[in-house]
Design a protein around this ligand. Structure first.
Ligand code: ADP
Length: 186
């Protein structure tokens, strides 16, 4: 199974992603986690990425695509992959299409976790990560609306998009995700 997981910052993707990888035995490819690890290890890529992350902007596509292209080669991606936080731009989505076509393993589904904006602010303000300052949160939401939301149409037109209502308990939301994924898991 190859799944793309889309949602605004603060929607709770990380929490649901943990449940999904455990239940469906997927490799978890979180570009946010990979970038934070690179930043903390002070690699060249990590230090460059940090300049964008710390201001709430998206890291340039070429950096992200290179990271994902390498990660997709790993053996654990063969059984199934959860792409969490990637793609975030149309150019990244097109690059992903090419990579998956080369491997002969197309996407099965794109999940969009939907949460109203007031709730996102409330959750992010309580979280305390370095990029969770109010002005950085605002910029991340702007980046989501301008650069990532166009993907909903991109995948919707191909019949891949499934919206998941993102309010409720963690269990309630995961049950909604399972309703979509169980039939695909076969
Ligand atoms: P959130 O969804 O809460 O914003 P992430 O952990 O997914 O958090 O991402 C944190 C930051 O990492 C983003 O604000 C952005 O700067 C960078 N980033 C992560 N994934 C991508 C991506 N696919 N393209 C560009 N930048 C990314």
């Amino acid at each position: 199974m190859r799944i793309v997981f889309i949602g605004p910052p603060g929607a709770g993707k990380g929490t649901q992603a943990e449940r999904m990888i455990a239940t469906y035995k997927l490799a978890h490819l979180s570009t946010g986690d990979m970038l934070r690890a690179a930043r903390d290890a002070k690699t060249e890529v990590g230090l460059k990425a940090d300049r964008y992350m710390s201001t709430g902007q998206l890291v340039p596509d070429d950096i992200i695509v290179a990271i994902i292209a390498e990660r997709l080669q790993a053996p654990d991606c063969r059984s199934g992959t959860l792409l969490d936080g990637f793609p975030r731009t149309i150019a990244q989505a097109e690059a992903l299409d090419r990579m998956l076509a080369d491997k002969g393993t197309p996407l099965d589904v794109v999940l969009e976790l939907q949460v109203p904006e007031e709730e996102l602010f409330r959750r992010l303000a309580g979280r305390g990560r370095a990029d969770d300052k109010p002005e950085v949160i605002r910029q991340r939401l702007v980046a989501y609306r301008q650069q990532t939301e166009p993907l909903l149409d991109y995948y919707g037109k191909r019949g891949l998009l499934q919206a998941i209502h993102g309010l409720g308990t963690v269990d309630e939301i995961f049950a909604r995700i399972k309703e979509v994924l169980d039939p695909l898991a076969g």
